[in-house]
Design a protein around this ligand. Sequence first.
Ligand SMILES: Nc1nc2c(ncn2[C@@H]2O[C@H](COP(=O)(O)OP(=O)(O)OP(=O)(O)O)[C@@H](O)[C@H]2O)c(=O)[nH]1
Ligand SMILES: [Mg+2]
Length: 216
Amino acid sequence: MGEEGVSEYLYKVLVVGDMGTGKTAIIRRYVNNMYSDSYKSTIGVDFALKEINWDSKTLVRLQLWDIAGQERYGNMTRVYYKEAVGAFVVFDITRNSSFEAVKKWKQDIDSKVTLHDQPIPVVLLANKCDLVKNPCNEEVMNEYCREHGFAAWFTTSAKENVNVDEAVTALVSAISKRTGGTGGAAAAPAPSQQQENIKVAGGQPAADNKSSDCSC
Ligand SMILES: Nc1nc2c(ncn2[C@@H]2O[C@H](COP(=O)(O)OP(=O)(O)OP(=O)(O)O)[C@@H](O)[C@H]2O)c(=O)[nH]1
Ligand SMILES: [Mg+2]
């Protein structure tokens, strides 16, 4: 308990996925509401902290671990993953190889970190949705998430600020359910669309210059 009966929670959350998929951009959008088109690859790991006033009695401190996608840092993940309670796996909706790598990232997390002897909640992000004409097929993605044990998935755009807050809310909700924190999920703001345990992404921005279909 902190001041005036406010409960405080610290959640360590991993952000992983292939290089260039937009992990740093998503974090920057979420934490600072900023975006840049220039690409500077993350070296090793970066950190960002965001405080969420979840409700009048609950403060969540989200510690985001922005993990480099470059293979050469892969052998460090066991150290980085330690004591994480949730994760995002990010792929680039226009790059199929980054979607194929999602399974590998999920297995890497599941094999190296657990919460109460179970896999930690992981939310899948199909990023750069501003670049595609046809977004992910909902049925296919719901099935994919069920099969691979993702708590939820969202199409996101760090560039156009699509579904970034919603994805974080979904992950924090899932973590809270598992840890018993934030007064239980019933008290938490829920994402708008929900199908079983899978939150389906909505709110695609309309754009004329989209070039391709999604890669999944
Ligand atoms: N169009 C578009 N571009 C994006 C989006 N998110 C990120 N990018 C661009 O994609 C490139 C890579 O983004 P980063 O956030 O640096 O990628 P990363 O996953 O952190 O890459 P590593 O640190 O190398 O693992 C940058 O040029 C970003 O501007 C998005 O939502 N839409
Ligand atoms: Mg990065």
